[in-house]
Write a protein that binds this ligand. Structure first.
Ligand SMILES: CC(C)(COP(=O)(O)OP(=O)(O)OC[C@H]1O[C@@H](n2cnc3c(N)ncnc32)[C@H](O)[C@@H]1OP(=O)(O)O)[C@@H](O)C(=O)NCCC(=O)NCCS
Length: 162
């Protein structure tokens, strides 16, 4: 990361379910709201199963692991129904924000999408989430108002000719 600390980033597997309770315990309620657009009171086994089981033909998730084996962050990409683009989401352990991990995870998502041949990557970001919007701009995303939801921006990165 930017401070020189080392982190392992690899595809998320079902076995990583065991890491989720500790990870969520280290994410503030506000950061969870920024990620899920709603308060998350409890992390249920059903939610963990949903996060850790995905069809690799249509989705991808990268997990970041620290030196003690703890989960530090996660980024995911789910293909659009038409298979042309993919929607990203990213979440970093709150105490680790600002160390460059979100950036690294987004780079993995973008590289993966490019290798897969997707035409674009997009995500919905709350308008108040200035950190995420700024990071998206620096990564080359265009930002526009979301057509369907007030207070939400849509960040889009076209990959076609890169
Ligand atoms: C938004 C979020 C994912 C960002 O992750 P993060 O690890 O805190 O952010 P980073 O440290 O990687 O990047 C933030 C900053 O570093 C910059 N940066 C990081 N690494 C960089 C690099 N290698 N080169 C250039 N710029 C870099 C970013 O553009 C940004 O700039 P700033 O610090 O000057 O403001 C994280 O804060 C989070 O989990 N928030 C709650 C959930 C959320 O909002 N998710 C997004 C909704 S999909």
């Amino acid at each position: 990361m930017r401070d020189g600390a080392r982190v392992t980033i690899r595809p998320l597997t079902p076995a990583d379910a065991a890491l989720y309770p500790d990870f969520f315990a280290h994410v503030t309620a506000d950061d969870l709201r920024l990620r899920f657009f709603a308060p998350i009171a409890t992390l249920t086994p059903e939610m963990i199963a949903h996060f850790t089981h995905y069809d690799p033909a249509k989705a991808m998730a990268f997990i970041a692991i620290g030196g003690n084996g703890e989960m530090l962050g996660v980024a995911r990409l789910h293909d659009d129904p038409d298979g042309k683009g993919g929607e990203f989401a990213v979440l970093v352990r709150s105490s680790l924000k600002g160390h460059g991990l979100g950036w690294l995870l987004m780079q993995h998502i973008i590289d993966y999408a490019r290798r897969k041949g997707l035409a674009s990557v997009h995500g919905e970001v709350l308008s108040e989430n200035l950190t995420m919007l700024q990071m998206c701009r620096e990564l080359g995303f265009g930002i526009a108002d979301d057509a369907g939801e007030a207070g939400v921006k849509r960040a889009t990165l076209k990959l076609g000719l890169a």
